[in-house]
Design a protein around this ligand. Structure first.
Ligand code: EPU
Length: 345
């Protein structure tokens, strides 16, 4: 049921500092908070808002703001959580795009629907999760995805996209490419397979099993372990501004990998099914001596070199300067170009 409300207010010259987890200063010329699908459609039909370029903003946890935003910022605040179906094979659950991701994960566990526990404590919203195909500790969103609803911001039509249509890749989807700024995700459905099987292959989880002696953890235990692991090595954006991993883990050919191992035998590398290797960008940055270093008010987190942080009052340009310096030194030493993971505006 769509409850007809009045048009959402159009905010002018809105500060975005509180809406990006890096805590970077920037002003949106126009910002609208959308709380329902009909709000989105009203904005598409709006004579002034409709034709303007859009920036779709979720939790702002994967964003580096280097300047003020001229595009119309649509801040997605669509609420709601529900069970769609339950069968012996799977539980399908749905959440509004504006729901907080971690709270949603915790809620599914409380309901007795495990499957998302490895993705606990990832900052951001449900609607942003498919955009970058969030992943952690051996599980990617794509593996738990059913479908999503959105609104085409050109035509105002409702659309439903399957996993194939979302074109998920490593920290990538169609929403970072072809549909960027064009389709606003309103609701996401997740398929949680039954019977539940824990995913415990990731090294950090293996360590927990050995330390605790618990070899058949339930979903709640895996959830608690993931939270503890994340808290130990990733900064809480409420306390230290950051956008999670700043670079993607680079993929190199077997030949390139052999060459790097020849020079640095301890390089952290993982074989991929297609014969390529994924390298740990954090390790590469760490090896270049960046951990704990700063340029201006932007720094490299002490406990995880893949995370750049705001040491207090940083502006986006400082973060970019630091990122470029890191890219140059990693390229100089290893011949690898690191690709930023967050959206840089
Ligand atoms: N490492 C170092 N030094 C560092 C950081 C890492 O030597 O400063 C080494 C670690 O010892 C480990 C390897 O690099 O051997 C990989 O580190 P870690 O397990 O912490 O994972 P990651 O590759 O740095 C990725 C994701 C994270 C995700 C974790 C866990 C990317 C870009 N990042 O990090 O995702 O939480 O795995 O699955 O894929 C994010 O995307 O924002 C994010 C935090």
């Amino acid at each position: 049921m769509v409850t007809d409300r009045t048009e959402p207010p159009i905010e002018r010259r809105a500060s975005l500092r509180a809406f990006n987890s890096f805590g970077l200063p920037a002003v949106a010329a126009t910002l609208v908070r959308v709380r329902s699908e009909s709000d989105v459609k009203r904005m598409v039909d709006h004579p002034e808002i409709g034709p303007a370029p859009k920036l779709i903003l979720g939790g702002g946890s994967n964003l580096v703001l280097t300047r003020d935003v001229a595009a119309v910022v649509l801040k997605v605040e669509i609420p709601g959580r529900r069970l769609v179906s339950a069968s012996p094979e799977a539980v399908v659950v749905e959440a509004g795009a504006g729901e907080n991701w971690h709270d949603f994960v915790a809620w599914t566990l409380e309901q007795g629907w495990p499957g998302l526990e490895n993705l606990a404590l990832i900052p951001g919203t449900v609607g942003a999760a498919p955009v970058q195909n969030i992943g952690a500790y051996g599980v990617e969103l794509a593996e738990r995805f059913e479908s999503l609803d959105g609104v085409d911001l050109i035509t105002g039509r409702s659309v439903t996209l399957s996993a194939a249509q979302c074109a998920f890749g490593y920290r990538d989807s169609v929403f970072k490419q072809l549909l960027a700024g064009k389709t606003l995700i309103t609701r996401v459905r997740f398929r949680l397979p039954r019977p539940w099987q824990p995913v415990l292959g990731y090294l950090d989880l293996q360590r927990r099993m050995h330390e605790t002696g618990v070899h058949d953890p339930d979903a709640r235990t895996v959830f608690d372990w993931v939270c503890a692991i994340r808290r130990a090595k990733l900064p809480d954006p409420q306390q230290i501004g950051n956008a999670g991993s700043f670079f993607k883990n680079p993929v190199v050919s077997a030949e390139q990998c052999r060459d790097i191992i020849g020079r640095d035998p301890s390089v952290v590398h993982y074989p991929l099914p297609d014969g390529h290797f994924k390298l740990a960008a954090g390790w590469l940055i760490d090896a270049c001596g960046w951990k704990g270093k700063s340029i201006g008010r932007a720094g490299v987190y002490e406990r995880q070199a893949l995370v750049l942080v705001n040491r207090g009052g940083a502006i986006g340009a400082e973060v970019l300067t630091l990122a470029r310096a890191i890219q140059e030194s990693v390229y100089g030493r290893f011949g690898i170009r690191l690709e930023p993971e967050p959206l840089i505006l």
